[in-house]
Design a protein around this ligand. Structure first.
Ligand SMILES: *Cc1c(COP(=O)(O)O)cnc(C)c1O
Length: 417
């Protein structure tokens, strides 16, 4: 009798990923230092070495976020785990949130806030644009939300929403300000305290050089007070001194930031089992950024982003969106009419091992998105991508000057020397 559950012999082979240069909007090729950090052995959840590592990671991420916030910690899960934790913890059902939408991730904030039972108010601009502070203040006056939830850098459009004036506006109107800075932090200026943010969440897989799977968050005292009012300790670990808050219990157990704070804080109250290997990775990502220096890292993203954009123009391609508000680390490039965009991505990947990004929603089929971020914000990665793109575009019949991309990028590099 044959075994009905027998698996094919090939499934018992180890997975060996092909070598790729990930030049899309994220994830990007992980810095080998992070991979090394993530191959270290586990320690127990309450081993002093582990709790020390957690405390050190909190301190490192205060540096990354540019904040003095005590409550700066990791939510286990990809970036949207951080978004979900912040929104479900801040917003009680029926409370109002205002979301300025300038791309896909604004829609995601709305989607998540709706599932939290919040009353969601949207304002929108066309993809490729950002909001003025006046537009946002106007909407705040009208809606009077509890929370303003705004993306800083939206990879779907490559745009960077200026946040520096929004914190003060929120303070004037008694609104909590939350930002998803996943795509932008580490490659674009971000100043949590100076800009007056109450909550921020990010991920590792963009400019921070890591894989997806950990979502660093930071919370101001005001955000913490709001969450503490909803305090609820789950049965089984609850002790006599635990008193519930007056607000409604947070509707997610996994993403209850109150319980996550109690786990990362002095009480070390058992919540989930920490994703130890992701903690090692996240710690190394912060170390890499702070060792390089945030300003240097931003400058590096600026330089290589400019070189890539100049290279694309040199290949007779047009850039997408309001260039004054483009993120440093990703560029949108119109797919020329006569060119099959997916065939180009296919040849880039399979003939050259270089991945570039497609796009969503209204931009689907119209632009490619090319990233220069984290570990891949490097000259050799930029020049290899442009070389491959030139060869593929030429085969597709696109009219371009010989060596146009590389020459234009090299000019940017020479100007920077
Ligand atoms: C890339 C990106 C994310 C990614 O979310 P995941 O859950 O890690 O897939 C979230 N927000 C923004 C603004 C992004 O650009």
């Amino acid at each position: 009798m044959s075994d009905p559950f027998a698996v094919a012999a090939q499934l018992l082979q180890p997975f060996s990923p092909p070598p790729r240069l990930l030049m899309g909007p994220g994830p990007i090729t992980v810095d080998p230092r992070v991979l090394r950090a993530m191959s270290a052995q586990l320690v127990g959840q309450y081993d002093p070495a582990m709790t020390q590592c957690m405390n050190d990671t909190m301190a490192l991420y205060r540096g990354v976020f540019q904040t003095q916030n005590q409550w700066t910690m990791l939510v286990d899960g990809t970036s949207r785990a951080g978004i979900e934790a912040v929104l479900v913890s801040l917003l009680e059902p029926g409370e109002k949130v205002l979301v300025p939408i300038f791309g896909r991730f604004g829609h995601l904030l709305c989607e998540i806030a709706e599932r939290c039972g919040a009353e969601v108010h949207r304002i929108e601009v066309e993809w490729g644009q950002v909001f003025s502070p006046e537009q946002i203040e106007q909407a705040i006056k009208q809606v009077q939300p509890k929370v303003l939830a705004v993306v800083q850098g939206d990879t779907s459009t490559t745009m960077l929403q200026p946040l520096d004036e929004l914190g003060a506006i929120c303070q004037r109107h008694g609104v909590l300000m939350y930002s998803d800075a996943t795509a932008s932090i580490g490659g674009n200026p971000f100043k949590s305290d100076e800009w007056g943010l109450d909550a921020v969440s990010v991920g590792l897989q963009k400019c921070l050089c890591g894989p997806s799977g950990s979502a660093p968050v930071t919370l101001s005292e005001q955000a913490v007070d709001t969450i503490r009012r909803r305090k609820h300790v789950e049965a089984g670990i609850r002790a006599a001194h635990h008193v519930d808050g007056s607000g409604q219990r947070i509707r997610s157990n996994y993403f209850d930031l109150g319980m996550i704070m109690d786990y990362w804080g002095d009480e070390r109250l058992n919540h989930h089992t920490e994703a130890t290997i992701m903690l090692y990775g996240a710690r190394e990502c912060a170390r890499i950024l702070l060792e390089e220096g945030i300003d240097n890292a931003i400058e590096r993203h600026q330089l290589h982003g400019q070189a890539m954009a100049a290279g694309a123009i040199g290949l007779n391609l047009k850039l997408f969106g309001d260039q004054r508000h483009k993120m440093t680390n990703v560029v949108g490039v119109y797919i020329p009419e006569a060119v099959d965009g997916e065939a180009v991505r296919h040849a880039m990947l399979h003939d050259f091992g270089v991945e570039i990004g497609t796009s969503f929603g209204p931009l689907h089929g119209k632009i490619w998105r090319i990233g220069t971020m984290g570990y891949n914000a490097r000259k050799d990665a930029v020049l290899q991508t442009l070389t491959a793109l030139e060869a593929v575009l030429r085969l597709q019949g696109h009219d371009l000057p010989p060596n146009g991309g590389v020459a234009a990028a090299l000019e940017v590099y020479q100007g920077a020397d």
